[in-house]
Ligand binder design. Sequence first.
Ligand SMILES: [Zn+2]
Length: 595
Amino acid sequence: MALISPESVERVKQAADIVEVISAHTDLRRQGARYTGLCPFHDERTPSFSVEPQEKLYHCFGCGVGGDVIKFVEEKDGLNFAEAVELLADRYGVELEREQEDPRAEARRQRRRRLEQLLDRAAAFYANYLWESKEAGKARDYLAERGLREEVLRDFGVGYAPSAWDKLLVAGQRAGFSVEELRGVGLVQRGRQGGEYDRFRERIMFPIRDRRGRVLGFGGRAMRPDQGAKYVNTAETDFFHKSQILYGVDRAKGAIAKAGRAVVVEGYTDVIALHQAGIEEAVGVMGTAITGEQVAALSGMVEEVVLALDADSAGQEAMLRAQNVAAGRRMRLRVAAMPAGEDPAEMMVEAEGAERFGGLVDGAEELTAFQVGLILSRTDAGSPVERDRALAEVAAVLAGMEESASRDDLIRRVAERLDFDPAMVMGRVVAATPATGGREEAAPSSGDPGPVRPRRAAELTSRERWERSLLAMCIALPNDGREYLGRLTDAHLSPTGVRAAAWLREHPEDPGSDLPHDDGELAGLISELVIMSGEEPSSREGMEHNFLRLEELRLEREIAAAGERGDYERRAALSRERAALVQRIAHAERPAGSV
Ligand SMILES: [Zn+2]
C-alpha cells in the first residue's frame, strides 16, 4: 500500500468535522466548548462520551476509548488507518498524495483489487444460481426446511454452486479473469491429469466476509451424503485464513457493540438462523474450536463473549481450550451449554426457540465454573486416585481466578462433591496460584498482542489514577507541567504512563494534534488526558499533591523490593523516608482536582 503522505493526513484531519462524523453514530449535545453524548462503543444510559471539537479528539470516560477522527472511523467502521484516511478524504474532498512506492507494491495492490472483484463476482454468480436455476431447487427446499427465509439468505448472500465441473471456471474467464487468478482465490483447482475444474460443485455456498463485508472465501455444504466432505471451505489463500474468520462479523459488528457481547456459534446456518430471529450479535467460528486469532478479533470489539457451542465432547474440549487462548485478555468468557443433540439453528425453528436460546445465553455460566463442573462430572468420587486427580485439575483452574465470592462458591462445591475439607481445597488452590510480583504491573501475555482494549476508570490502579490526573494538569498548565515532567521518572509511572510522559515531553505544544496511529493505547490515553485537562481544575498545588502520591507509591515498591532482597537496612531507611513523605502529604492542603 502506497503510504499516504503525512501532509495529506494532516489536511484530512483539518478538513474533517469530528462532530459531524461522530454524530452519525450518537446524538451529541453541546456543553460549553465540547460535546457530550452516549458512548457509541459501549452500552450506557448516562453520557460519558466527550468530543472536543477544537482539539478534534474524542474520549469515553466510561469505557476508555479515545482518539482523533481517523481513529474513530477506524474503530467504528472496522477500517485500517489508510482506509480510514481514504474514506474521510473522499467525504471531505481532500486530494491524497502518496509517497513514492516500489512498483512491485503497486502491482500487488492492483492484483489484490482484482482478486477482490473476482470473489465478489463469484459470490453474485452463486447467489444468482441459487435463486434462478432449476438445479438449485433442492437446495432452496433444504434451506426452507431449516426455516431460513429468502430475505435473510439474500442478506447473507447465500448461493449455490452448480454440479457441472466448469460453470464457474467458464463464467470467470468470460468475465475477463485468468485461470491463474481463479486459482489464486481458491475457486478452481488443478486436476491430477492437468486442467482445471471448479472446487465447489453441487453445494450450498456461504460467502465468508471480513468486517467490512469484503468476500474472502466460501464455505460449501454438500447436498448429498455421498458427496465427500459435508463442508468444503476455500483452501488457505492470501485472502483466506480459516483461523481468523468470524462468520457473519460484517453483519454482527453493530449489534455486538450495542449488546456489549458477542455470541459465538459453530455453523453458518446457526449464525443465519440467529440473525433471522433477531439475535444479531451472533458470529460463527467454523468448526468447534475457537482460535487465538478469533479471540483477539473479538476482544477488540467487545469484552464479553458467550460460547454457544455444541454440548458434545468436541464442543466441550473447544470451550476448555478457549480459556487458554483468552488467558491474559481482558475478556469475560461464558458458556451457554446447548441441550444435547440440538444446535441453535434447530432451536430457532421451534416455537419459542429464540426465547429459549436467549435464556441460555443470558444465563450462561462463567467459563471457569463450567470447567470445574466438567471436571467434577467426569470424576468417580468413589475412587481416591480419581479424587486426587480431580483436585489437582480443579486447583489449577481456580488458581487462575481472582479471589472472589464466586471462587469461594466453587471451592465449596468442589469440597462437597469430592468430600474434602474446604480449607484443604483452598490450600491447594493457593499453592497452585503463581506468585505475582507487583500485581498492578500485570501486562497482557506475550504472543499475539491483538487489539488493545482500554480499561474502564474503575479498573485503574491508584498509581494510574494519580498519574493521569498529574499528566492532565501538565497539559493544562504547561509551564509547571515542564517542571513536573522533568521530575517524574519511569519508576513513578505505569508502563503506559512512561510512554505518555515521554510523548508530552516531546510534544509540549499540542500533544493531541498528531497522535501516533500505530499505538492505539497511547493515542487513547493522550486523548483522554487532553480532554481531562480541559475538564478538571488544575493547579500547582494539585500537581504537587499528585506527584507526592506517586512518590509514595514508588517508595512502597522500593521498600517491598528491599525486603525481598533481604536488605533490611535499606528497607528501614526507605520506610523513614516514606513516613516523612506521608506527613508532608497530610499537612499539605487537599487541593481541588486531586483524585
Ligand atoms: Zn464508552
